[in-house]
Design a protein around this ligand. Structure first.
Ligand SMILES: [Zn+2]
Ligand SMILES: [Zn+2]
Length: 114
């Protein structure tokens, strides 16, 4: 194998035989890519879903204001509202508005943990 030209790492500038990053930063970058891809995939977060979710939150705000209906807790004021599937996509839930519920981040996290 002919020796490859060394290039500076995009992050730290250390000369490396890798395409664009030193071994350390290549590993870091790969982890970030995997994590981003994995979490987006697991939650079914596509661009279409993000649009649907933003619309659901906007409609909820217009109707109820900054208020979380609560999950395992009574309804309460919340400014960090997020939309989520009532029936998870993994269990056949759809992106239709009737399958989308709005909760604050804390309640959404609690729901997801169940
Ligand atoms: Zn580096
Ligand atoms: Zn809440």
């Amino acid at each position: 194998m002919p020796p490859r030209r060394r290039r500076p790492c995009l992050v730290c500038g250390t000369l490396t035989r890798n395409a664009s990053r030193c071994d350390t930063h290549q590993a870091v970058w790969q982890q970030q890519q995997d994590r981003a891809r994995g979490s987006a995939h697991q939650r079914g977060y596509t661009q279409a879903w993000r649009t649907t979710a933003a619309q659901a939150v906007a409609q909820h705000r217009a109707a109820h204001g900054d208020r979380c209906p609560g999950w395992g807790v009574p309804a309460h004021p919340a400014s960090d509202l997020t939309a989520d599937h009532r029936i998870p996509k993994a269990r056949g839930g759809s992106d239709d508005p009737e399958n989308i519920g709005v909760l604050c981040r804390a309640c959404n996290g609690r729901k997801r943990d169940q």
